[in-house]
Ligand binder design. Structure first.
Ligand code: ADP
Ligand code: MG
Length: 480
């Protein structure tokens, strides 16, 4: 299969639905919080009762504009809503209000590893409800499904990319960067598992060197970055096999089965005309003035790209800056540390070292530990003042994460402050020299490497508390 892959070029375009973090729904006053008791956020508008009318939520438009600006999109001064008709049990009206030919955001782009990935458009629409199938939620053995309409009418921004990606890895990186952006601008929590960010991946293959795209398959149900990459890898092999066997790839929607690791045909792909789109008669066209756009623009927070650059200007490596920015909570924490005057390089060493290892092992985000930015800054201060060594800092940071105690309190309680008293260090060094006559002889006979042995012994004796510079200096003096 690897050889065959050399013959083909892969083309990928993603449609990403981001659930907008508004307090209320796009056309109704119900709340749209995740995880509430079923069917408790269902006004007559959400239920599509006769005679009710939708009212557009202004916050949804603000968030659409803000995201569009962050994605370098043209913002439409005039757009409208359309009805997209289809039947689904969790879609009470029998149609979805979406935007068809006049979306709120036009062309834009996103930089992914220095490459420009085009954004075709982004449009606003309402989400459907949810079906709870037999077997789930304690309904084992039952042969029916229940409908939960809490999610119906939740605002979504569908962001459609150009078919600009050329590998599953690039598609994942695009999706990660997009998630980063919606989180940093604060419009979506980007939680793939809870479905607040969902992705349909379109993929086709064509012979290398060709400029005529092949027929695409659309893959649904990918709800993690890993699943996205795996599903696309699987699909490449499937499509190559078809083409090599002289068969054709059909345009269809396929479902990714994460357990089985395969995509399965779900339905033939509908064309736009199947939906019988027409302008939503219950809503006025939306006019967005330049003032409105400017007002939203003024609230734009720092974007990931800018944050990375700022961190690099502080002396962080590109790698460290990228790793921190890729983890929203960690970046926010790091910003607080900087604000409180913490030394960036020492802070990063902790965050990328002991803290990252602990978070990974415990499967926690930094907010779920008891470490506060202020406490980390205090710890850094102790190291800078040489009250404790860097090593002691590494030893106590886990305790700080677990108990929320201040570094100075732990240092005091455990007697960990650094020994800078040269008299005391000299005494210990002499003791170790006396106890190891053969090593002393070898060292003096030219085995320079043994110096590290003596340093290690003094450190061991002082439980790592001796000031390393003093230890070096004193041993040099005593060993001659
Ligand atoms: P639909 O709603 O019918 O899926 P959209 O225009 O919303 O159509 O989305 C089409 C998506 O498929 C876009 O992300 C686009 O980049 C991608 N795409 C289009 N043609 C191809 C192709 N030949 N191979 C891979 N992706 C494609
Ligand atoms: Mg699609």
């Amino acid at each position: 299969m690897e050889d065959l892959r050399e013959k083909y070029e892969v083309v990928i375009g993603l449609e990403v639905h981001a659930q907008l973090k508004t307090n209320t729904k796009i056309f109704a006053p119900d709340g749209c919080e995740f995880g509430n008791e079923q069917n408790t956020q269902i006004s007559p508008i959400t239920l599509g009762m006769p005679g009710v009318l939708p009212v557009l939520n202004r916050a949804v438009v603000d968030m659409g504009i803000l995201t569009g600006l962050a994605l370098n999109c043209e913002i439409a001064h005039k757009c409208k809503f359309d009805r997209k008709q289809y039947f689904y049990p969790d879609l009470p009206k029998g149609y979805q209000i979406s935007q068809y030919d006049e979306p709120i955001c036009g062309k834009g782009y996103l930089m992914v590893n220095g490459k420009k990935i085009g954004i075709t458009r982004a449009h606003l629409e309402e989400d459907a409800g949810k079906l709870v199938h037999a077997g789930a939620d304690g309904l084992a053995g039952s042969s029916y499904s229940l409908v939960d309409l809490n999610r119906a009418g939740t605002p979504l921004l569908e962001i459609v990319s150009e078919p600009d990606m050329r590998s599953p890895q690039e598609a994942r990186e695009y999706m990660e960067e997009l998630r980063n952006i919606v989180r940093y601008v604060g419009v979506c929590d980007g939680n793939l598992e809870e479905g607040s960010m969902r992705c349909d991946a379109n993929i086709s293959i064509m012979p290398k060197g060709s400029n005529k795209f092949g027929t695409r398959a659309e893959i649904k149900n990918v709800n993690s970055f890993k699943a996205l990459e795996r599903a696309l890898e699987y699909e490449i092999d499937r499509q190559i096999e078809l083409v090599e066997d002289g068969e054709e790839v059909v345009q269809e929607t396929r479902l990714w089965d994460d357990n089985a690791g395969v995509t399965r045909s779900m339905r033939g792909k509908e064309d736009a005309h199947d939906y019988r789109y027409f302008p939503e008669p219950d809503l006025m066209p939306l006019e967005i003035s330049q003032e409105w756009i400017d007002r939203v623009k003024a609230t734009m927070p720092e974007l990931p790209e800018q944050k990375r650059q700022r961190y690099m200007d502080l002396g962080l490596s590109e790698y460290d800056a990228s790793v921190i920015v890729a983890q929203y909570e960690l970046a926010m924490f790091f910003d607080e540390v900087l604000k409180a005057g913490g030394n960036p390089k020492i802070a990063v060493n902790f965050l990328m070292g002991e803290v990252a290892a602990y978070l990974k092992e415990q499967k926690l985000s930094i907010n779920e530990t008891k470490l506060t930015p202020e406490n980390l800054v205090e710890l850094i201060g102790l190291i800078e003042k040489a009250t404790i060594s860097n090593n002691i800092g590494k030893q106590i940071i886990v305790e700080m994460m677990e108990t929320g105690e201040k570094a100075s309190a732990i240092v005091e309680k455990k007697g960990l402050s650094q020994i800078s008293d040269t008299g005391a260090i000299k005494e210990i060094a002499q003791k170790i020299i006396d106890a190891n006559p053969s090593q002393v002889e070898a060292y003096r006979g030219g085995k320079d490497k043994l110096f590290g042995f003596f340093v290690g012994q003094v450190m061991k004796e002082t439980k790592g508390r001796a000031n390393p510079q003093s230890v070096n200096q004193i041993l040099k003096e005593l060993l001659g």
